[in-house]
Design a protein around this ligand. Sequence first.
Ligand code: COA
Length: 260
Amino acid sequence: MAFDHLLVERGDAVALVTVNRPAVLNALNAATLDELRRVALDLKHDSSVRAIILTGAGEKSFVAGADINELAVQTPTTGREHALRGQHVFDLIENLGKPVIAAINGYALGGGCELAMACTLRLAADTARLGQPEINLGIIPGYAGSQRLARLVGKGKAMELILTGTQITAAEAERIGLVNRVVPAMELMTEARKLAAGLARNAPIAMQYIINAINKGLEMPLAEASAFEAALFGLVASTEDMREGTTAFLEKRKPEFKGR
Ligand code: COA
């Protein structure tokens, strides 16, 4: 699969996707969003891929937002379509059924912060800056940033960050729960690869159900969400990986999960 704005590297069960428009700090134009949609679908259906790392090209930026050249000319109709298209791609990434790690190597602003929030886990370089600066352009987040940020860090902090457009440091992002962990910039990719390799050894169907239980469950009342979890718990009991995991424990050896 050929891409103009992405670099895709496949290793041992781990795929690395790099948004590659460094001249504009990896801003997401419509073509890049469409490539992200295509690569997400491809990696979702490739059973040899068990974890994915998403990062930005260059040392300065993860993704500095939606491409402002395209935002500047939108109309009410195209604006709504623009937001829906981005939301569709980010929903796909959030619900890929395998872990997607955002390796935030610099600016994650606007659509970049929204993209990172759609990922399953977020590792940030200590030099990274995050924020939703749309208010400075007279607009609002359009790729569900107002919703995911409020769910990740709570209503009060989301209101503050989106209303003020403030950029925060990686350390502050970790403190409020916007990123999982901060690491020295030089170690970001090594740490992301280590995390991805560990996840890639886990039982794929169990990981898929965990992602599903948390994502879908958060949208349901507790009793319904708990029933949904119980149904997935029942389903996972039908897998070979469940037998392998429990047997390996009892036999005091490491499990080898096959994704069946
Ligand atoms: N869309 C389009 N182009 C962008 C962009 C975006 N979101 N973010 C950066 N660029 C471009 C700049 O226009 C500049 O292009 P040029 O070299 O042709 O002038 C290039 O990327 C480098 O950016 P620059 O602003 O010169 O870098 P900086 O280090 O001074 O500032 C930022 C970095 C991230 C603070 C600044 O680029 C910025 O505020 N970007 C917009 C962030 C934003 O509002 N995102 C939300 C959009 S919804």
